[in-house]
Structure formats: C-alpha cells, structure tokens
Design a protein around this ligand. Structure first.
Ligand SMILES: [Zn+2]
Length: 140
C-alpha cells in the first residue's frame, strides 16, 4: 500500500472515531439544553476532547514541515546506503539418530545488515525527508 493511502486511511479512521465521540457529546449537550442540567459535562466531554488532541497531533505529523500543506509527502524511492557484515542469531533444529527433531539451539552465523533510506518528497514545495531502516539476513 502506498505511503499516501496509508496516511489517509489512518486519518479517516481517527476522523471517524472523533465524529462518533463528537456526536455523542452533541447529543448529551442537546439533552442538557432541553433538560436544564449540565452536571457531568466534563466527563462527557473527555472522549471528544482526547480525540480532538489525537486528531490535531496526527494532522501535525502529515503536514509538510516547509510549506504546511497536509498529505503532501510522497514516497519517491528507496536506496541502499550501507551494507555491513554482522553475526546473525539463528535457531537450528537438533535431530536424534532417527532424524526426528528433539529440540532447538541458537547459533551465530555470518550475515549481512543492509541499511536502506526511503525518501519522501512534498509534491507542493519539493521539501524532502528521509527514513532509514535496516534488514538483517543470514548468509548461507
Ligand atoms: Zn511542502
């Protein structure tokens, strides 16, 4: 799934929960107005208040740090930046004389750690940022 689609789906999910909390609070508020009592309004406001904060924090993370546009970053490619030799812990089966597995043991074998860098670029102002990740693999 694309980076943009994923971010958008999370935003829709948070937005939907926020809407439910907001609707519940609105119904409660309407009840207060017609019923004449505002007792317990603070605890009723809590869910929508928390969801509003979560929504605002999330929107802040999907905003371009340069131009401020929302959902403007696109994944423009991943590049390998480093490859180093490491030892990888693997689990090996122990066999008995009739070739049945009777347990496992851990062993370190030679492997490779590849480090990659994914570039995200704002489609509006072309501001870029990178995210690094690495993958370990055993050499066989
Ligand atoms: Zn931008």
């Amino acid at each position: 799934m694309g980076y943009f689609i994923k971010k958008l789906l999370v935003a829709i999910a948070i937005g939907a929960i926020w809407l439910i909390c907001f609707a519940e609070f609105a119904i409660f508020l309407a009840g207060c107005l017609f019923g004449g009592g505002f007792s317990g309004i603070l605890s009723e406001f809590l869910p929508v208040g928390i969801m509003t904060i979560i929504l605002l924090i999330y929107l802040w993370t999907v905003r371009c740090k340069e131009c401020g546009k929302f959902f403007s970053y696109r994944n423009v490619g991943t590049k390998q930046v480093k490859s180093e030799d490491i030892s990888v812990k693997v689990e090996l089966n122990d066999y008995n004389t009739s070739h049945e597995v009777r347990g496992t043991h851990e062993q370190y074998i030679a492997g490779t750690r590849n480090t990659y860098r994914t570039c995200y670029r704002c489609k509006n102002c072309r501001h870029e940022f990178y995210k690094k990740f690495s993958k370990d693999s055993a050499r066989v």
